[in-house]
Every structure is written in C-alpha cells, then in structure tokens.
Write a new protein. Structure first.
Lengths: 260, 268
C-alpha cells in the first residue's frame, strides 16, 4: 500500500523555484531518509506533505487523501525543539497537545487524554518525566517528548524534520534506535543532515536538491559499515556510491575537503 | 493609611490598583510567553491617539482609547501575521503615529488644556466608579477566556505551527491576545499610565515565570505578584507624596532585583 504519493510536484517561493518535478512513492512501513544540502528544498517538501505550504503544481496524496484531510494520521516532529525552553509547561501538557480525538472537557484535561499521553511517553521511555518542566530536560530528552506528542495522535506516518540536529552522538543513536522500534508499526520519514547515521537505519533514501533522486538502499546497507572506523560520509561519496544521476556539479572534490 | 480609606477616591484607587494589576499579570504572561512585549509597547503608545480623539470629539476617554487601541491591535495582528519579518518596522510606525495623532487632536481642541503627563504616567486618584465597572468587566472577560480556552491559548503560545496542524485557529487566538493586551493597556492608563504599563506587564511576569511549571499557574501568580507590588507602591506614593505609577514600577523593579540576587544564591 502506498502511504504517500507525489506526482509531478513543483514549488516556487516568490518566483524562486525550490522544487521541480518531484515524484515519490512511500510504501507502508518504509523508513525513508530525505537528504540533501541546506536550501535544497527538503523542509519545503515536508511542509507540502503536511499541507502547511499550498501545492501549486502537481499533487500529493497522503493515505489517498489531500494532505490537509489526513493530518490526523500524521505525527509530526518539527525542527528546533530547543526554542522556547523558558516556557512554563510540563512534559505531559506538551504531549497532550498532540491529542486530537474525542470531545474536550470544559476545564483542564480529560482522562482519555492523560492516558493517551502517558502511553505515548512510555513508548519513548519518558514516563518518569511527565510532571517535569520541559525546559529542564536535555536536548535528547526533549526530542523524545516531541516524538511522544506526535505519537499521541496514533499516527500511521511519523514525519521528523532534523530530529537530531542539536543532540550529541549517543543521543542521536538512541533516537534512531527508538525510531527503528516504532518503524515496526509506523511508516517513518526523516529529513536529516547526518547522512552516515540515518542511512544505517533507513531502507529508502531520497536526495532532494530542487529535483529528487530516489534510492532503495535496503540492500546497500552493508556497504556503509565497511568503511572501518571512519563512519562519516560526505554527501559526494555517498551519491557516487548510490550512482546518483543528479551529481553533475559535484564530481570534483572541493579543495578544502581534499586537504582535510 | 487606614484613615485615608474613608475617602471614596482612595477606595477607588486601591480597587483600581488591584483590578488592573491582576488583569495585567494574566495578560502580561500571555504577552511575555508569546514574545509580544514590543507589540504591547506599540499598542500602549498608540493609544494616546485615542485619547486625543476622545478629547476632541468630547467622548469618554476610556471609550476613545479602547476603540483606538483595539483598532491598532487588529492592524498590528493583520500586519504581523502577513509579514512577520517586517514586524518591528510596522510597530515602530504605529507606535509614533498614534502618539502624533493624539498630540495634534489635543492641540486642535480649543480651550481644553489636557494634562498629557497624567495619561502617560497615571493619575490613580482620578478613578471614577465608571472606570471601576470597566475594569471589573475586563477582568471577568479575561478570566473567562483564559480558563475556557486555556488549551488553545497554550498550544498557540507554545508552538503555533504545531497548533495550526492540530486545527487550532492560530490567527484568531493571536489576534485575541493582542486585543486583550490593548484593553489591558487602556484600563491601566489611570493606574500606571501608558508608558509605565510595559513594566507592569513584564516585571511580575518575569518573576512568576521562574516560579511556575505551567502557564496557568504563571498567569495567576503574576497577577498576585503584580497586586502586591501595586499595593506597596501605592503605600509609598501616599506616605511620601510621590507619583503612584512610578512608585509602583520602582517597587516592582527593586523587588525583581532582590529576587534575582536571591535566585543567584540559591541557584534555581
């Protein structure tokens, strides 16, 4: 079953083309890594899938419907969860923001919401922090809470925008381990810079830089481990490995990289 | 101080102080967590345009100022929602133009020598019973909104993008917070004045923020803290014959200083 279908999608911000002729199919229980340079259109593509940006050319179907109509089935973890850390709010209140079903109580929160939020927190291993102020958590813990908020909707798809950008290496690993666990039931789409890590966990990769090139990497995963101690890949090596047709402008290694 | 309470104007002054402080504590919390202090400053100053118009057309001051301030709030909401990156320019513009309109209309009013200072820095002894009704009404409306729509306001304030994905009308609540700020500014004209109101909307809130673990408790705590500052400020103002608004603000500022020093020692 196709969870996301994108056909001939193009998008421009103020005449500046950001995405051109994008085609993409995400299947159920895929773990898709969306990679590419900054300003290449990754986040824009994601916002189009969520219906935050309006589609002008082409089409997107999420679970067979236009993005706005399937929002309840999408769990979204935005970028920059480190902003607003002074905000006086408890972990459980953040998670309950994700809850969209059922009727709402006049005052305070309903019992079903609390139960839903606690079970989501349990899934990400943060149930002991329910009453903690969000600002006193570490970056990694806060990211888990944001994932719990997304899970509170019981989503079929989980979309994450740079989930590990401000977390230390150990924390990043544990976030990805968590995503792997969740991937048993949920389709996962992750926008990320840390190519070397993400590709270890993803089974599909989409490289976005105005245009999109798609790769099934489930059988190439072993390649990434054979590089010994140096686990870091630069994008160029990676694209060469994947045999990208999109790499015309990156054949030559830039000087600074060769020196390093 | 006790014997002063037999005068009606003193009773009004105290009552107005309490009502305005509590409202300012609640709305100030929303302004601070939404990073709207500069917007509130713009609305506060531009309200002087409403005072000028009210004087010129012979309308009640509160009515003129309320209409003008709410109009400015709606304008700021519309502009900032559309072009967020140019927000500071728009606010600076509205800030000054409103004041200029006020000054010109007061100039044009023949035979009326309005005391500009009393609106900018407060004149708490001139609170009428009509003013008190207006303050009570606003406090009730504010309390009703923040308790009944607490979750929407919380969601919009904490993460507006996520809130809109969950179907919360972000534009509506953003505008609502600005309109409530505008009305809070207007009721505080007599207590602390248009310029000093910004301190009342931020100092107690800053202290409450450090002590609260939810927006709800922060709102009520800052309301309580603001009320205490106002009462102490009024006492100083009475005993030493000082301007009430400035006394309240300085009491708040000194308390904040002490709070921060103590906080540093106990490291919270």
């Amino acid at each position: 079953m196709n969870v996301v279908e994108i056909h001939n999608l193009s998008f421009t911000y103020d005449k500046e083309p950001v995405l051109q002729n994008i085609n993409l199919v995400v299947k159920k229980k895929d773990f898709l890594a969306v990679i590419g340079p900054n300003g290449g259109g990754k986040s824009t593509l994601l916002k189009l899938m969520l219906g935050i940006n309006t589609i002008k050319v082409g089409s997107i179907r999420v679970l067979g419907k236009v993005p706005k109509d399937s929002l309840r089935s999408i769990g979204y973890v935005p970028q920059n969860t480190n902003v607003n850390t002074d905000f006086p709010i408890k972990v459980i209140e953040v998670v309950m923001m994700g809850y969209a079903e059922g009727k709402r109580t006049l005052f305070g929160y309903g019992k079903d919401e609390v139960i839903c939020a606690m079970s989501a927190l349990k899934k990400v291993g943060m149930e002991d922090f329910a009453q903690t102020k969000i600002g006193s958590l570490s970056g990694g813990q806060r990211q888990r809470v944001m994932i719990a908020r997304a899970l509170c909707t019981n989503p079929q798809i989980l979309i994450l925008d740079e989930p590990t950008s401000s977390i230390d290496i150990a924390g990043q690993r544990s976030i990805y381990e968590l995503l792997r666990e969740l991937n048993k039931n949920i389709t996962i789409i992750v926008v990320s810079h840390d190519i070397s890590v993400i590709l270890e966990y993803a089974n599909k990769a989409a490289h976005v830089n105005k245009t999109l090139s798609y790769h099934d990497i489930s059988d190439k995963k072993s390649t990434f481990h054979t590089h010994g101690n140096d686990e870091h890949f630069c994008e160029i090596e990676l694209l060469q490995m994947l045999g990208s047709e999109n790499c015309n402008d990156c054949k030559e290694e830039p000087k600074w990289r060769a020196e390093a | 101080m006790i014997e002063a309470l037999q005068f009606e104007f003193m009773q009004h002054a105290l009552l107005a102080g309490v009502l305005v402080s509590f409202t300012a504590g609640i709305i100030g919390s929303l302004i601070v967590v939404n990073r709207m202090v500069f917007l509130a400053g713009g609305i506060a100053h531009t309200s002087y345009g409403g005072i000028g118009l009210a004087v010129y057309f012979g309308l009640p001051i509160f009515l003129g100022a309320s209409l003008f301030a709410v109009g400015a709030a709606l304008l700021i909401a519309a502009l900032t929602l559309k072009k967020r990156h140019r927000m500071d320019t728009f606010i600076g513009l509205i800030w000054a133009v409103g004041m200029a309109i006020g000054v010109i209309f007061v100039d044009l009013t023949s035979g009326y020598n309005v005391d500009l200072m009393s609106y900018l820095f407060g004149s708490i002894l001139a609170v009428s019973s009509g003013d008190i009704y207006f303050m009570v009404a606003l406090l009730i409306v504010t309390l009703a909104i923040v308790t009944l729509r607490y979750r929407d306001i919380l969601a919009v304030s904490y993460d507006s993008e996520y809130a809109s994905l969950r179907g919360v009308n972000v534009r509506f609540f953003y505008t609502l917070i600005l309109v409530l700020s505008a009305l809070t500014v207007v009721i505080s004209i007599k207590v602390v004045g248009l310029i000093l109101v910004i301190a009342m909307l931020t100092i107690p809130v800053y202290i409450a923020e450090k002590l609260s673990s939810s927006l709800f408790s922060m709102m009520f705590l800052s309301g309580a803290i603001a009320t205490i500052f106002t009462l102490i400020g009024l006492w100083f103002s009475y005993v030493y014959d000082l301007t009430s608004g400035a006394s309240i603000i300085l009491v708040s500022a000194v308390s904040l200083g002490i709070f921060l020093l103590l906080g540093k020692k106990s490291k919270f």
